[in-house]
Design a protein around this ligand. Structure first.
Ligand code: 48F
Length: 260
């Protein structure tokens, strides 16, 4: 077949624009395509919600890829094994019962694929710089976004706004969206300190339990999941064990679906 470069150009621009236009208003905007965000997107989309995930980097997967100290394996504990089964992700049992090893490259790829197959839209290279709010309580109802290279170069170019019934902060240790709300709206968060408490030192057992437990709405319209939930509520870090991240995304998705 003869190839025409201009058709390639038109095809890319038209198709991307179609997707982005379709995501100007969603049911849920998820910030961050790490493990928690991808699982949240999967369950939300599977439940019929219209989901747009915005990821700052070119790649999805957040902190999955490097496993533990770049050894590309992560541990998932028994409690979360059913999610691996449901998503058809391979794992190997370790010789100590209840610990399973997952290849981190496979985990990142498959979580992304399952989320897309379920119907989530994933927009990479887009950085969330602010939230959109409305009403007397200044409920979070969308995001202000810009191309990551624009943010990185500091060019003075205005971002644009997208809308959603709920926003999910899956930005990991920085809890970026909750931080924006804390700083810009001067309102209390639904956390023990009313602020982002900051993640506590390593203690995997309570840390892992806390991640799904504390995943939830911290401000009208804004949910925190994964390490963002840990940072917001001041719970312990846990290292390269990922069950809590997966369970966290599932829990927030189910809570939001019940409210849509
Ligand atoms: O950091 P990340 O993987 O968060 P998570 O889903 O999982 C945490 C684990 O990876 C690991 C751990 C497990 O024991 O502790 O750290 O809670 O993924 C967060 C994603 O959010 C993106 C970031 O690039 C990463 O891919 N992100 C952060 N800030 C923004 C953002 C932003 N402002 N806009 C868009 N994406």
């Amino acid at each position: 077949m003869a190839l025409d470069e201009l058709i390639v150009t038109r095809a890319i621009i038209e198709t991307y624009t179609e997707d982005l236009l379709d995501s100007v208003q969603s049911d849920v905007n998820i910030v961050g395509a790490g493990p928690a965000g991808l699982v949240c997107g999967y369950y939300l989309a599977q439940g019929g919600a219209k989901v747009a995930i915005f990821e700052r980097r070119l790649s999805i997967g957040g902190g999955i890829w490097g496993g533990g100290i770049m050894f590309s394996q992560v541990v998932v504990q028994e409690d979360a094994r059913r999610i691996l089964d449901e998503m058809k992700i391979n794992y190997r049992p370790y010789k100590t019962a209840g610990y399973y090893l997952v290849n981190s490259v496979e985990l990142a790829c498959t979580l992304g694929l399952r989320s897309l197959e379920a119907g989530s839209k994933i927009f990479n290279s887009i950085t969330v710089v602010d939230v959109k709010v409305e009403g007397p309580e200044e409920k979070v109802c969308g995001l202000v976004v810009n191309w990551s290279p624009i943010e990185m170069t500091g060019l003075h170019i205005d971002p644009i706004t997208v809308g959603a019934k709920y926003v999910v902060d899956g930005t990991g240790h920085d809890a970026t969206v909750a931080s924006i709300v804390q700083e810009k709206l001067d309102k209390k968060l639904n956390t023990p300190t009313g602020k982002i408490a900051g993640e506590r030192s390593m203690w995997a057992e309570p840390g892992e339990q806390a991640v799904p437990e504390k995943s939830g709405e911290v401000y009208p319209g804004l949910y925190v999941i994964g390490m963002a939930a840990s940072a917001a509520h001041g719970t312990h870090r846990m290292g390269p064990i990922f069950g809590g991240m997966l369970l966290s995304g599932e829990k927030a998705a189910k809570e939001i679906l019940a409210r849509l």
